[in-house]
Design a protein around this ligand. Structure first.
Ligand code: HEM
Ligand SMILES: *[C@@H]1O[C@H](CO)[C@@H](O)[C@H](O)[C@H]1NC(C)=O
Ligand SMILES: *[C@@H]1O[C@H](CO)[C@@H](O)[C@H](O)[C@H]1NC(C)=O
Ligand SMILES: *[C@@H]1O[C@H](CO)[C@@H](O)[C@H](O)[C@H]1NC(C)=O
Ligand SMILES: *[C@@H]1O[C@H](CO)[C@@H](O)[C@H](O)[C@H]1NC(C)=O
Length: 328
C-alpha cells in the first residue's frame, strides 16, 4: 500500500472515531425542516396557552429537560411512567412531588402527532420547550439542535445519584456536571435557570435553623433574607410551601440570580455555594454574569446546547414514542 493511501486511511479512521465521540454532531438545527417544519411553532403555541393558566410552566419544563439529560442522556426517559420493566424516574428523590409540567408535554405531543404523526420525539419536545420557555420569559434565544430519539428504558437509580441534590457540596455538583461533560462555567451558567420558578421549603429550610448541626442558620445567608424565609418556612411548617427562587424578579429570565448570590441572597445552599464556596472559577463566573446580562445570556445559550447534546439516541436507536408516558 502506498504511503499516501495509509495516510488517507488513518485520517478516515480518525474521523470515524471522532464522529462517534461527539454526540452533539449528530443533532441538527434543521432536523425537522422537511418532516415537520412547524414543530417549534406548535410547541410554542401550546406553551403560550399553558402559561396563561400557570406562570411557572416554562420553569417546570426546562427543569424536566435538565433532569432528563442528566439520566442516560437526553432521551425522554423522565417522561416514562411506571410499567412492566419501567421503574419511573418520576419516583426518584429529586423528582418525586417536585418535577411537574408533564401534562403540558402530553399536550405538545398530541398537537405534534396531529400535525406530523410519528416524527417528533419527546426528548426533542423538552429541548424545544426549554428554549421557548426561556425566550418567552425575556431570556436569550438559540438554535435548538434536534434529532434525538426516545428511550425504551428509564433508570431510577441513576436519577437518584446523577441529578444534583440541594445539599450537595460544590465539589459534588462539579463532579456530577463533569460526569456528563459539563464544566464549571456550564454549572454556573445553567444554575442561572434559577432566575425563575419556585422551590419548596423542604429544599432549603435546613439553612434557616440548625445548619449542619451548628445550632444557627447558614452563615452565608443575608440576615434580612433569613428573616423573610423563616416567615415563609416556619420550623415545623409545611415543607411543601413554595417560594420564588429569584425573589427580585420571580418570573423573568434575567441575571438577577447572580446579583442575588453576590448579596448573599441565593435561595438554595447549592446556589450560594457558587459564590461563597471559595472556588475561584465559579466565583469569577458569578461576578461576570452579575456584571453583564449579555455575557450570561451567551453563556447560558451555549451551555443549553451542550447539555442538550448529552448522549442522545440518534439514527435508528430508540424510537419516536407515540405517547411520551409509554414506550411504543
Ligand atoms: C446545579 C445544580 C442544581 C440543583 C442542586 C438544583 C436544585 C433544584 C431544586 C432543589 C429545586 C426546587 C425543587 C422543589 O422545590 O421541589 C429546583 C428548581 C428548579 N431548577 Fe434546579 N437545580 C440545579 C440546576 C438546575 C439546572 C441546570 C436547571 C436548568 C437548566 C435548573 C432549573 C430549575 C428550575 C427552572 C426550577 C424551578 C422549577 C419550578 O418552578 O417548578 N436547575 N432546582
Ligand atoms: C404553524 O403552527 C402555528 C401555531 O400552531 C399556526 O398558527 C400556523 O398556521 C402553522 N403553520 C403552518 C404552515 O401549518
Ligand atoms: C406533595 O405536594 C403537595 C403540595 O404541592 C402536598 O399537599 C403533598 O402533601 C405532598 N406530598 C408529599 C408526600 O410530600
Ligand atoms: C459528595 O462528595 C463527598 C466527598 O467527595 C462524597 O463523600 C459524597 O459521597 C458525595 N455525595 C454525593 C451526594 O455525591
Ligand atoms: C442542631 O443539630 C445538632 C446535630 O444534629 C444537635 O446536636 C443540636 O442539638 C441541634 N441544635 C439545636 C439548637 O437544635
Amino acid at each position: 500500500m502506498p504511503p499516501s493511501t495509509l495516510v488517507a486511511l488513518a485520517i478516515a479512521a480518525l474521523c470515524v472515531v471522532m464522529g462517534f465521540r461527539s454526540g452533539v454532531a449528530e443533532l441538527e438545527g434543521d432536523f425537522y425542516e422537511d418532516s415537520c417544519p412547524n414543530a417549534s411553532a406548535i410547541v410554542r403555541r401550546v406553551l403560550e396557552q399553558a402559561q396563561q393558566r400557570d406562570v411557572r410552566i416554562g420553569a417546570k419544563l426546562i427543569r424536566l429537560h435538565f433532569h432528563d439529560c442528566f439520566v442516560q442522556g437526553c432521551d425522554g426517559s423522565i417522561l416514562l411512567v411506571n410499567a412492566e420493566g419501567i421503574a419511573s424516574e418520576q419516583d426518584a428523590r429529586p423528582n418525586v412531588n417536585s418535577t411537574a409540567g408533564f401534562e403540558v408535554v402530553d399536550d405538545m405531543k398530541a398537537a405534534l402527532e396531529n400535525a406530523c404523526p410519528g416524527v417528533v420525539s419527546c426528548a426533542d419536545i423538552l429541548a424545544i420547550a426549554s428554549q421557548v420557555a426561556v425566550s418567552l420569559a425575556g431570556g436569550p434565544s438559540w438554535e435548538v439542535e434536534l434529532g434525538r430519539r426516545d428511550s425504551r428504558t428509564a433508570n431510577r437509580d441513576e436519577a437518584n445519584t446523577a441529578i444534583p441534590s440541594p445539599v450537595d457540596s460544590l465539589a459534588n455538583m462539579t463532579s456530577k456536571f463533569a460526569a456528563v461533560g459539563l464544566d464549571s462555567t456550564d454549572l454556573v451558567a445553567l444554575s442561572g435557570a434559577h432566575t425563575f420558578g419556585r422551590a419548596r421549603c423542604t429544599t432549603f429550610s435546613h439553612r434557616l435553623y440548625n445548619f449542619s448541626g451548628t445550632g444557627g442558620p447558614d452563615p452565608t445567608l443575608d440576615s434580612a433574607f433569613l428573616e423573610t424565609l423563616r416567615q415563609i418556612c416556619p420550623q415545623s411548617g409545611d415543607g411543601n410551601t413554595i417560594t420564588n427562587l429569584d425573589p427580585s424578579s420571580p418570573d423573568s429570565f434575567d441575571n438577577n440570580y447572580f446579583t442575588n448570590l453576590r448579596n448573599n441572597r441565593g435561595l438554595l445552599q447549592t446556589d450560594q455555594e457558587l459564590f461563597s464556596g471559595a472556588v475561584a472559577d465559579t466565583v469569577s463566573a458569578v461576578n461576570r454574569f452579575a456584571g453583564s446580562q449579555s455575557e450570561f445570556f451567551d453563556a447560558f445559550a451555549k451551555s443549553m446546547v451542550k447539555m442538550g447534546g448529552i448522549r442522545p439516541l440518534t439514527g435508528s436507536s430508540g424510537e419516536i414514542r407515540a405517547n411520551c408516558k409509554r414506550v411504543n
